[in-house]
Design a protein around this ligand. Structure first.
Ligand code: UDP
Ligand code: MG
Length: 322
């Protein structure tokens, strides 16, 4: 018999449409694991309400009263998906031996949970949920995701391809993760950095059960850029090369201009002058903005603002009672 406590953490932002189904499916999985003595009876579902503007929190509160295994955290406002995951982990770590994070929309196969738990008992501290098919994603989402992973690889950031925020972490893995004090969270880049023994569980990603994606293209792009600038200074190196190339080109231009001048074709310099002004101006603006991006990161890091504010939660009291 295993008595390890599992907490399943579910970030929710305007998820009233899927929540009833999510509670039902995850509840079934959890109770099955408890019944089979795979996890302790204290194990819980922990819903993190990330400042939703719909009925998400009142639904969570209702289920909290109805079922002993449902608990919730209410943020004071919207802090974003990554912060919601971190809040769940930081609250659960004191009471659980393993924690699984999963999206509320049931896109990730809930049946992988029991496989993850098995891997945990085999000795893994980190179990990644990896998609083995992206059939249900749109062509566009699939392409952009693939480009992103290969770009990150080239920039020297170690990511597990096709794994998102569906994973199991052991108590000590979460403790190590919580030692990372950065404000700009990019969990899928941070988790591989904590080390420990890891394994993968494969599953097919489904369509969103209901409701709309909270990651439209603009937000996805922002998230990707955030990932790059939080984990790699390769873009700054790139600027150096860009600068060097520009200098070489301008040396060539200089030789050409001097030669032209010696030959007396003075007006002919107009075209090259115009081109260099525009080209150099553009290169400089891009470079400054890249550096600015990093300075922005430093700015938000040194302010050291809280990563989330919890307005109320029902997890701790339930865990203490049992
Ligand atoms: N989410 C959140 N805060 C946000 C945006 C999203 O907690 O500001 C949650 C959302 O409720 C869901 C998960 O993060 O459980 C993933 O979002 P979504 O399914 O919309 O992203 P996609 O699967 O389309 O990338
Ligand atoms: Mg989704």
């Amino acid at each position: 018999m295993n008595n390890d406590v599992l907490t399943i953490i579910v970030p929710c932002y305007n998820e009233e449409e899927v929540l009833p189904e999510t509670v039902k499916e995850l509840g079934e999985i959890l109770n099955n694991l408890i019944k089979k003595n795979k996890v302790a009876s204290k194990s819980k579902l922990l819903f993190v309400n990330d400042g939703s503007r719909d009925k998400t929190w009142s639904l969570i509160s209702k289920y909290t009263k109805e079922y002993t295994y449902v608990t919730g955290i209410k943020f004071s406002r919207n802090y974003g998906h990554q912060n919601a995951l971190l809040a769940g982990l930081s609250l659960a770590v004191d009471f659980s031996d393993m924690m699984i994070t999963i999206d509320a929309d049931l896109q990730d196969d809930v049946n992988a949970i029991s496989k993850m738990v098995e891997e945990y008992y085999k000795g893994s501290d980190v179990v990644y949920g990896v998609r083995n098919s992206r059939k249900t994603d749109s062509f566009f989402k699939r392409r952009t995701a693939l480009t992103f992973y290969s770009l990150m690889q080239k920039l020297g950031v170690n990511l597990v391809p096709d794994s998102a925020d569906y994973r199991l972490l052991s108590k000590r893995a979460v403790k190590s993760l919580l030692d990372f004090k950065e404000r700009n969270l990019f969990l899928r880049g941070m988790v591989p950095l904590i080390g420990y023994q890891s394994s993968k569980v494969f599953y097919a990603r489904k369509e969103r059960f209901a409701g709309q994606s909270k990651y439209p293209f603009r937000r996805m792009l922002h998230f990707a850029l955030d990932g790059i600038t939080s984990f790699s200074i390769a873009p700054i190196h790139l600027i150096l090369y860009l600068g060097l190339i520009t200098v070489f080109i301008s040396i060539a231009c200089m030789i050409y201009t001097i030669a032209e001048k010696c030959m007396g074709h003075v007006v002919s310099g107009w075209a090259s002058l115009m081109i260099s002004i525009w080209l150099l101006g553009g290169v400089q603006l891009i470079s400054i903005s890249v550096i600015g991006e990093y300075i922005g990161k430093i700015f938000s890091e040194v302010k050291h603002r809280p990563r989330f504010t919890i307005e109320s939660e029902t997890y701790t009291s339930k865990m203490k009672k049992l």
